[in-house]
Design a protein around this ligand. Structure first.
Ligand SMILES: Cc1ncc(COP(=O)(O)O)c(C=O)c1O
Length: 367
């Protein structure tokens, strides 16, 4: 049987919750959306959460809420899903790419300083696969240089960095509820912030300049805004998913442990470290392999799905730059892949994957 990489899972809890919203005949952004926002805010320990249509929208609206737009520049790591950079472009601002550090795959704070120019207004650290960026260093640079920090925590809901939930660092933290996330409603996103002015501006931006829903008729729209609302229907599914988060996080940790044990003496690969002692949780198990294409071939033959790491952003057409200064991203991007990591993966499944990976260590020439 094919072993999938990852997929969302639903049961009767989501079905019942969605049906209740349908029966209520109020499927738009409303009470259930507010409940979901409150549930996430309580869980991560943050004053305000605002649900929106996607993680991309969450990042773009956070930037807009902080006054960032045309003429400004925003620092983004070269290694991330392209959405981080696209969200910057959506505001009219420009993207400044910075290399990552090679152990945790997050933006290298030592390279941020030299990337700051007169138009730089913000940094977007990305908590790649639940690994927190170096917030002590980043927040200190941001403070010194008067920059905003918007955290792309799209892949880090429920993961902690040094004991504090990711998404609660900086001026705003952004989550995604797309299909391959710990909590999914198909699409969806959320901004977490402790700043009341950012919160109010987000409410306006997501609903055509209104802070409060009105009749849709003779409402006042005192400022510019758009439509990035998250519906009750989506929120009902997300809330049911959110009720399972603790169990899911525990299973992720168990899964990683199974992989670690099964691959302990495997040569030619590296299982990147994680600070589990301070609460970090990976959504997916990741691995670096010197001969990744061979490993992909072996997986393919054994009907095992995996997901190779993103390409460096500077090699994607909209962000094209010479390779200079992006050595770590280039190397990590070529070696990394995400292994089967779905919610109910078993120890037996992991042994099946590990048996294939062990074949790699038998390939001549792999150190
Ligand atoms: C690191 C990262 N940033 C941003 C996003 C964008 O989120 P969305 O797909 O919900 O727009 C994603 C997820 O897709 C992501 O993985």
């Amino acid at each position: 049987m094919k072993l999938r990489w990852f997929y969302p899972q639903f049961d009767e809890k989501e079905q019942i919750a969605a049906m209740k919203v349908i029966e209520s005949q109020y499927i738009n952004d409303g009470e259930v959306t507010a409940q979901f926002e409150q549930a996430v805010a309580n869980f991560i320990g943050c004053k305000h959460c605002v649900a929106v249509t996607s993680g991309t929208a969450a990042i773009a609206l956070s930037l807009m809420a902080l006054g960032i737009g045309p003429g400004d520049e925003v620092i983004v790591p070269d290694f991330t899903f392209i959405a981080t950079a696209n969200a910057v472009r959506l505001t009219g601002a420009e993207v400044k790419l910075v290399d990552i550090e090679p152990v945790r795959f997050t933006i290298d704070p030592n390279r941020i300083r030299s990337a700051i120019g007169p138009r730089t207004k913000a940094i977007i650290p990305v908590d790649v696969n639940g690994r927190g960026a170096d917030y002590a260093a980043i927040e200190s640079i941001a403070k010194e240089c008067g920059l905003a920090v918007i955290c792309d925590s799209a892949e880090a809901l429920g993961s902690k960095y040094q004991g504090k939930y990711l998404g609660t660092y900086g001026d705003a933290g952004c989550f995604s509820f797309s299909a391959n996330k710990t909590v999914s409603s198909g699409q969806g996103g959320m901004v977490a912030t402790n700043k009341p002015e950012v919160y109010h501006r987000l409410k306006e931006l997501k609903d055509h300049g209104r802070r409060f829903g009105g009749t849709g008729g003779n409402d006042l729209h005192p400022v510019m805004g758009y439509n990035f609302k998250y519906t009750n229907l989506q929120a009902a599914i997300a809330l049911a998913q959110f009720g399972k988060i603790e169990k899911r996080l525990q299973h992720f940790q168990q899964r990683d442990q199974w992989y670690r044990t099964a691959l302990e003496f495997c040569e030619g690969i590296t299982l990147p470290l994680l600070h589990t002692d301070t609460g970090e949780v990976r959504q997916w198990t990741d691995l670096l392999c010197l001969d990744r294409s061979r490993l992909e071939e072996l997986f393919h033959k054994e009907a095992i799905d995996c997901r190779p790491f993103w390409l460096p952003l500077h090699r994607q057409k909209p962000y094209l730059l010479p390779d200079v200064g992006f050595e770590n991203t280039i190397q990590i991007s070529a070696q990394g892949l995400w292994l089967p990591s779905f919610f109910d993966i078993t120890k037996e499944d992991i042994h099946r994957v590990a048996a294939v990976i062990h074949q790699i260590s038998q390939v001549a020439g792999v150190q």
